[in-house]
Design a protein around this ligand. Structure first.
Ligand SMILES: [Ca+2]
Length: 176
């Protein structure tokens, strides 16, 4: 006994769900962690594999600079709290610069990952192209949920912003 504890490879560990042969090959997380990617994938035909690379993980907006080139701008940190699923532009003050309404979250994650639920709806002020986050809950725009879609509904005297969430009733906010 060396005093080193090993942790059994849980059957619900994401990689063992997606590649069950790994579960048979490795009995502990320690063994798996110490193995190279080539060693782990010895049983897989590598000709059919391809590499994917993530440059960064953030929500951004892209500025079209013409000639097929785009400049990347990070959204404010308040928009980085969870995945954004829906974006809607509406000129709140009618000054010619549409505000950006964002909503999202993701409840369908694997149980070992945990759900993304930190976004309660956010309005970004568009100050002549520079984005600034309004305070959370500004003008009552605040809601919980796994938001998947928003839409504007123009009515005779005002515009409604409709917010659709999984497993929750449709929400409506009155816009000026
Ligand atoms: Ca505006």
């Amino acid at each position: 006994m060396t005093g080193v504890q090993t942790c059994a490879l849980p059957i619900c560990f994401p990689v063992t769900i997606q590649t069950p042969t790994i579960k048979k090959k490795y009995v502990s997380l320690e063994e798996l962690a110490e193995s190279s990617m080539n060693a782990i994938l010895t049983h897989i035909e590598k000709d059919n594999l391809f590499d994917l690379t993530c440059q960064f993980a953030a929500s951004v907006w892209l500025e079209n600079q013409g000639n097929g080139t785009f400049k990347t701008h990070l959204l404010p940190w308040q928009a980085q709290l969870a995945p954004i699923n829906t974006i809607l532009c509406y000129d709140w003050q009618q000054d010619g610069f549409p505000e950006i309404f964002i909503a999202g979250n993701e409840y369908q994650t694997e149980i070992t990952t945990g759900r993304y639920d930190a976004l309660y709806g956010q309005i970004l002020a568009n100050e002549q192209g520079k984005l600034r986050a309004y305070p959370l809950g500004y003008q009552g725009f605040f809601f919980r949920g796994d938001t998947k879609a928003m839409a504007l509904l123009k009515q005779p005297k005002h515009t409604s912003l409709l917010v659709g969430n999984n497993n929750l009733p449709l929400k409506a906010f009155t816009l000026p």
